[in-house]
Ligand binder design. Structure first.
Ligand SMILES: Nc1ncnc2c1ncn2[C@@H]1O[C@H](COP(=O)(O)OP(=O)(O)O)[C@@H](O)[C@H]1O
Ligand SMILES: [Mg+2]
Length: 377
């Protein structure tokens, strides 16, 4: 790519015709790109023409539609493909592009890695694979358990199990975000109910995990947790863009916004629950946790661009890491009414990709200069 030309950034996405999984976000992302002086387009695995070394790229029109045309090879690619599939995997496993975000892995594997990592393990709830013996053990140890898919997202297929005396209260979200409830009076009844759940609600043959449940009812009867967005900035450095609290509907096992959760500023709920001083130290711990997480992930998986962390702050003020999302949403900031943060969270991936493209151009220039010198000698 010649100097002076705009950085060319491709966003790898799933599409079916002009149907996208996050059309609003993609429009905003491309608009932000244009504003910041980059050229940004969407493409999916079927749009790559390796022979002609060109890509069919898609951009929004001014009238709310989409248009398509060929672009040269992008200098950097942001992977925002949120569905699996063989077409996607083979592209992702190839060396066709320079990605802003390296490949990551699913929840169960990551949780296991975090549990074994000295710099992180104090923040990780005890987690084991779903199975009869593990369930019996975990029931003895914890009054509250979460059973969730090892490859889940968006709060689906998650069940909360609460032991009350000799009975078990079960509440969950099925694959379609419907709420499910049951009361089981025996261990074997619970086991049978969960066995059925882990078969009927599983995602693409994935396994389930059993996790120590956290008391997240800072608001009585509801689950509240924290979403923290950490992103690389225009200098390629990690920075916490913002945090917010999500609070689920009364009686819901999850707080996810998809499942009807509400967003509010972090300090609002934390100061009310713990006072200003403790709220500040909790916030600080969340940030330290976030930096430790991305540091570890990059060491294991290579360079990344952004992560959305689900953090549980229990009723005693202890901080726990529930989940790390490699392709996080930004709705939390919109939900909080903080449009400034929302805008920043969308601009940062573009700014970081522009930084990357600049770095690559300089590297190419560097190589050329060295070669020229060699020839002269
Ligand atoms: N161990 C746990 N203790 C308490 N609440 C939990 C636990 N695990 C999950 N949750 C609740 O369920 C929500 C969804 O769980 P999460 O692991 O983030 O799955 P997903 O990928 O579906 O978002 C969390 O945001 C939190 O509200
Ligand atoms: Mg989550």
């Amino acid at each position: 790519m010649a100097e002076g030309q705009k950085p060319l950034i491709g966003i790898l996405v799933w599409r079916d015709g002009f149907k996208f999984s996050e059309p609003g976000y993609f429009r905003n992302l491309i608009r932000a790109g244009n504003r910041l002086g980059a050229q940004v387009f969407l493409f999916s695995p079927m749009d790559i023409d390796t022979r002609m070394r060109r890509i069919r790229g898609i951009t929004p029109t001014d009238t709310g539609g989409w248009e398509m045309r060929y672009y040269p090879w992008p200098e950097t690619v942001i992977d925002r493909h949120r569905r699996g599939g063989s077409g996607y995997s083979s592209i992702r496993n190839s060396k066709l592009f320079t990605y802003a975000n390296n490949k990551f892995t699913h929840k169960w594997k990551v949780t296991q890695m975090f549990m074994q990592e000295d710099s992180l393990k104090r923040w990780i709830p005890e987690t084991v694979e779903y199975g009869q013996n593990n369930l019996m053990n975990m029931l003895r140890k914890h009054q509250l358990l979460y059973i969730k898919p090892g490859n889940g997202t968006g709060g689906s297929s998650i069940v909360k199990v609460k032991s009350i005396g000799s009975r078990y209260e079960v509440s969950g979200r099925d694959l379609r975000q419907g709420t499910r409830r049951a009361i089981l009076h025996t261990k074997s009844g619970l086991m049978a109910w969960l066995n059925h759940w882990t078969v009927s609600q599983r995602i693409r043959n994935g396994n389930f995990m059993i996790q120590q449940g956290l008391n997240l009812d800072l608001v009585p009867g509801r689950v509240s947790d924290t979403r923290l967005l950490i992103q690389k900035n225009e200098e390629g450095k990690w920075d916490v863009t913002g945090m917010g609290v999500r609070t689920g509907p009364v009686g819901s096992a999850t707080s996810n916004l998809h499942g009807g959760g509400r967003a509010q500023p972090f300090n609002e709920l934390m100061v009310k629950s713990f006072g200003a001083e403790k709220a500040a130290s909790i916030r600080n711990e969340c940030e330290r946790l976030a930096f430790a997480v991305v540091h570890f992930i990059e060491q294991e998986f290579g360079s990344m661009m952004e992560y959305g962390l689900d953090i549980g702050i229990d009723t005693s003020g202890k901080v726990w890491l529930i989940e790390v999302n490699p392709k996080p949403g930004r709705e939390i900031f919109k939900g909080m009414g903080n449009m400034e943060l929302y805008r920043k969270s969308i601009e940062r991936p573009i700014q970081y990709s522009m930084y990357l493209a600049r770095k690559l151009r300089n590297k190419e220039k560097g190589v050329e200069i060295t070669e020229a010198t060699d020839e002269e000698m």
